[in-house]
Design a protein around this ligand. Structure first.
Ligand code: HEM
Length: 450
């Protein structure tokens, strides 16, 4: 078990890292995601040239739009459309080259979630550039969005093909009613303090290319070095949440509102306020949930049987902390991720149990240097499967690809409780694997010649 913080031993080139990679999301927040298609490589390069000054580096700035930032990311077809040489294209991670749609069966994106049913143009080779603008308020968002708009307007050969607005709900929570974005790793060298004193900061190379990772080696980096260094991968997924189905499911299995809240908390691993079951197993504790110094400061070694937080709960699956140390086989530090997700769509009003047909959910955003052993591993082995917790027939009760035959076990005494017939509460509407270049790399791409 890691109980102490180690001194930071790496100097990150923060001036070259896009700000959105390491900046925690503001709260509240508003934001916009744009996807663009490049029909002409020269126009695509001009777009990047114009975007370059719009993108903040990792250091704080004195800009009036401070607190708001734009992140620029590229898909594999996007790099191709810019005219990146084949040798360089071949040096990117294989999963990135394939793209998320091609990984769908592996990721559990089947049935309603399969790429055939995705919102167009998500998952098609038309998606080349992804822009994300995030801000604490609408006024500062307008400033950075206007800058981004100036970069692509009047640029024949570059087309905006998709837009998604996002904003924090007035409750400060996501559509299922839970506070999120709490559990994040500390990144060595970022200067951002960790929130879990039991987890040593994770090596920078787990999240940024060009630095040693937890294995002690440099993660595979795209070539040439100027393109790879200080870059990272992101996973972007639009996840529709079936809130009415979720509420009905709990209502049908609970005899009181208190029990509904308890079952919901058992599924997530935290109460709606964000208070972790590991620290407050029997009731919600809004003060704990709101306290960043305490709400992530825990592990699971004193709860290996899951009486407080079930091993199958979403947050415990996604980050089992020290619960897997006992088997000695899994190094959880190799499967950590930065999350930058946001909410989209309005709330389903409190108490409503019928679907109103409105699209609402989460734009899930993963940041990490290893698509396969971070995002894909967690999604396929820990969320979509239960072998690792000795429950091979169980999937994540909230985020797993359940099909109404699913089950969720809540360990309790004298006898455990089992929730049966879990339907899917989440439908994938689409997504992309993207590469976030460093700022020098962005300029290098803008100056490509052939
Ligand atoms: C719509 C789908 C999802 C919803 C509603 C959701 C919701 C939540 C909530 C409420 C928490 C607890 C609060 C927090 O620590 O932030 C959480 C934690 C987390 N989720 Fe999700 N999640 C979703 C999908 C995913 C997916 C697809 C992954 C990864 C592949 C994931 C990875 C994580 C991780 C790593 C944590 C932090 C765990 C920790 O450090 O304790 N989530 N999520």
């Amino acid at each position: 078990m890691d109980t102490v913080s180690s001194p930071e031993t790496v100097n990150l080139e923060l001036d070259d890292i896009q700000g959105g990679v390491l900046h925690p999301r503001p709260s509240p927040y508003v934001g916009i995601y744009l996807l663009l298609r490049i029909d002409d490589r020269r126009a695509g390069r001009e777009l990047l040239r114009r975007l370059h000054p719009v993108v903040d580096a990792g250091r704080p700035s004195s800009d009036p739009a401070r607190g708001a930032w734009v992140t620029v990311a590229l898909t594999y077809p996007g790099l191709k459309a810019l005219g990146v040489a084949q040798e360089s294209l071949d040096s990117f991670a294989p999963e990135f080259r394939q793209g998320m749609a091609a990984r769908a069966a592996e990721l559990g994106d089947v049935g309603d979630s399969s790429p055939a049913n995705w919102e167009k143009p998500l998952g098609t080779p038309e998606v080349h550039v992804a822009l994300a603008a995030l801000s604490p308020d609408a006024a500062r968002l307008a400033v950075v969005v206007e800058r981004a708009r100036r970069a692509h307007q009047d640029l024949p050969g570059v087309e905006v093909i998709w837009r998604q607005d996002c904003y924090q709900l007035p409750t400060g929570r996501t559509s299922f009613g839970f506070k999120d974005g709490i559990g994040q790793p500390a990144v060595e060298g970022s200067g951002i303090p960790g929130s879990n004193s039991r987890e040593r900061p994770i090596k920078a190379g787990e999240f940024l290319l060009g630095y040693p990772d937890e294995t002690g080696s440099l993660p595979p980096m795209p070539t040439p070095e100027v393109l790879g260094r200080n870059g990272t991968y992101i996973v972007f997924r639009k996840l529709h949440t079936r809130v009415a189905a979720y509420r009905r499911y709990l209502r049908e299995r609970a005899s009181s509102r208190e029990e509904e809240a308890r079952l919901g908390a058992k599924m997530v691993g935290r109460w709606q306020s964000g208070a972790p079951l590991a620290l407050s197993p029997d009731h919600d504790d809004p003060q704990l949930g709101a306290d960043p110094a305490r709400n992530n400061d825990f592990d699971y070694h004193d709860d290996l049987r899951g009486f407080k937080c079930p091993a199958g709960a979403h947050a415990r699956r996604a980050n089992p902390r020290d619960a897997l140390d006992q088997e000695g086989s899994v190094n959880v530090r190799l499967h950590r991720m930065i999350r930058r997700g946001t909410s989209y769509g309005p709330m389903l009003p409190e108490g409503v149990l019928e679907d109103d047909g409105v699209d609402r959910g989460i734009i899930f955003v993963f940041v990490g240097a290893h698509l396969k052993r971070q995002f894909e591993f967690v999604k396929t082995q820990w969320i979509n499967d239960g072998i690792f917790i000795g429950a091979p027939t169980e999937k994540d009760p909230l985020a797993g690809p359940n099909d109404s035959s699913g089950m969720f076990t809540i360990p309790q005494q004298p006898i455990r409780r089992r929730l049966q017939g879990l339907p899917p509460f989440i439908v994938t509407r689409g997504g992309e694997y993207c590469y976030v270049p460093g700022l020098r790399a962005l300029r290098w791409l803008a100056e490509l010649k052939t």
